[in-house]
Design a protein around this ligand. Structure first.
Ligand code: GDP
Length: 138
C-alpha cells in the first residue's frame, strides 16, 4: 500500500472539475484518506515547490498555486504514486495522452489542473506539508 498527495490546483477548482477529478481516482479504486479545500499561503507554496526554486517559472508557479483555493487529497492504494501520475498525464501538453486528466482537460503547461507526488519520499514530505497527522485516516 502507498499513500500519495494529489492537489486539484486553482484552475481545477475554478473550472469546477473537482468532482470529475476526484471521481476518476475513486473509480480507479483508491481510498480517500484525507480531503480538504485550502487557500494556500505563500509559505506553504514555497515549501511544496522548494525543488523548483531558482527556475525561470518559479515565481509564476508560486503565484499561480496561491491564486485561489486548492483541494488537497490524500489517496491510498497499491502503487498509488505511480498510478496517480499515470492518470494525471504528462507535463508537456503534447505528451499528455487522451484519457488522462491533463490530456482530457488542459493544453497548458502551467495551468495543468493537478499535482501528484512523484516518489515515496516526496509523497511523505508533501502529505506532511498539506495535512496534519490528525487529518489523515489511519
Ligand atoms: P509535474 O510533476 O508533472 O507537475 O511537473 P514538475 O514537478 O516538473 O513541475 C511542477 C509544476 O510546475 C507543473 O505542474 C507546472 O504547473 C509547472 N511547470 C513545470 N514546468 C514548467 C514550465 O516550463 N513553464 C511553466 N510556466 N510552468 C511549468
Amino acid at each position: 500500500m502507498e499513500r500519495t498527495l494529489v492537489l486539484v490546483k486553482p484552475d481545477g477548482v475554478r473550472r469546477q472539475l473537482v468532482g470529475e477529478i476526484l471521481s476518476r481516482f475513486e473509480r480507479r479504486g483508491f481510498r480517500i484518506v484525507g480531503l480538504k479545500l485550502v487557500q494556500p499561503t505563500r509559505e506553504i507554496a514555497e515549501r511544496h515547490y522548494a525543488v523548483h526554486q531558482g527556475k525561470a517559472f518559479y515565481e509564476s508557479l508560486v503565484s499561480f498555486i496561491t491564486s485561489g483555493p486548492v483541494v488537497a487529497i490524500a489517496l491510498e492504494g497499491p502503487q498509488a504514486i505511480r498510478l496517480v501520475r499515470q492518470m494525471m498525464g504528462a507535463l508537456k501538453p503534447e505528451e499528455a495522452a487522451p484519457g488522462t486528466i491533463r490530456g482530457d482537460f488542459t493544453n497548458d503547461i502551467q495551468t495543468n489542473l493537478v499535482h501528484g507526488s512523484d516518489a515515496p519520499e516526496t509523497a511523505a514530505a508533501e502529505l506532511a506539508i498539506w495535512f496534519g497527522a490528525d487529518e489523515l485516516l489511519a
